[in-house]
Design a protein. Structure first.
Length: 408
């Protein structure tokens, strides 16, 4: 049987069989974030469109091609959240968190929405963990945020990745670099494709974010931002690397690594899996020292990342890691004329999972279903209860005995 309705293209259902691994990923991300002192925050699924136009850059792919924007019945321009950093920065300003002890360390696990060609590991509605530390420019904080994701990866079993690292400078040194890059692009216009030309027109740094392998290879001869860093940015980047070395975090400096959003400054990074396609990045982030001021708050530095849940699941699949659904603690097989209602309530109240038959199965069918669904089966008969456990002889039992065994 199939429904006449299906989930919209680019979305997906997380089925009960998928939940154990899903919960392991999201639960571990939350656990690690809180171990590092990050507090959970939830922001609305939609925000004012101007928030993303102002912070992401009007020429970014997100704003130009990928946002789900609409006008509500009150004439307000709203957008389904395409990324997590700008909404968290908005909440930081709106709720006066700059008056709290700094940095304010926050995280969320929430759905994001981007109109893009769906493919494995890339959905129009996808889930992401955003980890943000706002209120400090300390390079040690950059390293902590990066190391936090490596700790998550270690705990869940993701080993096949490479950490790419770069610095893209700041407002002091980037303009001079952009001049050098623009001159090079003028002299080598023939190596650019239409996508690269469009990116260059909005922000020359974005040419390094193209997907065309031939263009990417040609751009390796272009001037690199690392060659133009001011002394302050160079020292900041060196300090980040020293802290990562102290953590024992392996990384590769990638001179062409940039981020697709305008608010990034200085440190940028990506955790990249072995795939060669768009879903190879399992976590991306960087420093955004001008973002809070851009949306009306005080000048405030910040650093964070976005880690895709579906990307992590894909990475775990490549590792061959699965998590099975845990069986019920007990299943009650009930003879005709008997009931398990009180027993179910008592067992569940004690904190153990329990179920019974609601499909009118025969006793044989109930025993088969119970053996599939639970660690123990209790037969409820007129003359008492019988406990059936794999590898053990059947024996009589009452509620107190069952609870004692469950607790043991």
């Amino acid at each position: 049987m199939s429904s006449r309705f299906q989930a919209p293209r680019g979305t997906h259902d997380v089925l009960p069989a998928d939940q154990p691994l899903w919960q392991r990923v999201t639960g571990t991300l939350a656990e690690v974030a809180e171990l590092y002192g990050y507090r959970r925050i939830q922001t609305p699924n939609f925000e004012e469109t101007g928030l993303f136009q102002r912070t992401s850059g009007s020429g970014s792919d997100i704003v130009q091609k990928e946002m789900y924007s609409f006008e509500d019945q009150g004439g307000r321009a709203l957008t389904l959240r395409p990324e997590g950093t700008a909404p968290i920065a908005r909440a930081y300003v709106e709720h006066g968190m700059h008056r709290e002890p700094q940095p304010v360390k926050l995280y969320t696990v929430a759905p994001m929405y981007r109109y893009a060609a769906p493919q494995q590991g890339r959905y129009r509605e996808h889930w992401q963990c955003s980890v943000e530390a706002i209120g400090s420019g300390d390079p040690a904080l950059d390293a902590e945020v990066i190391q936090l994701y490596t700790e998550f990866a270690r705990r869940v079993g993701i080993t096949q990745y490479e950490l790419l690292l770069n610095s893209i400078g700041d407002a002091n040194c980037r303009p001079q670099y952009v001049e050098r890059l623009t001159a090079w692009l003028d002299d080598h216009a023939d190596v650019l494709d239409d996508d690269a030309r469009a990116k260059r027109a909005t922000n020359p740094l974005r040419v390094f974010d193209v997907k065309n392998p031939a263009v990417r290879e040609a751009l390796r001869d272009a001037p690199k931002i690392g060659e133009s860093l001011c002394d302050e940015c160079a020292e900041h980047f060196a300090a980040v690397r020293r802290h990562l070395d102290a953590y024992g975090v392996a990384y590769t400096v990638e001179p062409t690594l940039v981020r697709g959003l305008d608010y990034y400054t200085r440190t940028v990074f990506e955790f990249v899996g072995p795939e060669e396609k768009a879903q190879s990045a399992i976590c991306s982030g960087g420093r955004y020292d001008g973002l809070v001021a851009e949306i009306g708050g005080p000048a405030t530095p910040g650093i964070g990342f976005g880690a895709g849940i579906e990307r992590a699941l894909l990475a775990l699949g490549n590792e061959g890691i699965t998590v099975e659904q845990q069986p019920l603690d007990v299943f009650f097989a009930v003879e005709p004329g008997q009931t398990a209602a009180t027993a179910l309530a008592d067992v569940r109240r004690a904190g153990f999972s329990a179920d019974t038959d609601y499909a009118g199965r025969s006793m044989k069918g109930q025993l088969t279903q119970g053996a599939r669904a639970a660690r123990r089966v209790v037969v409820v008969a007129a003359d008492g209860w019988t406990l059936r456990s794999p590898g053990e002889r059947d024996r009589a039992i009452d509620l107190d005995g069952l609870l004692g065994e469950l607790r043991a």
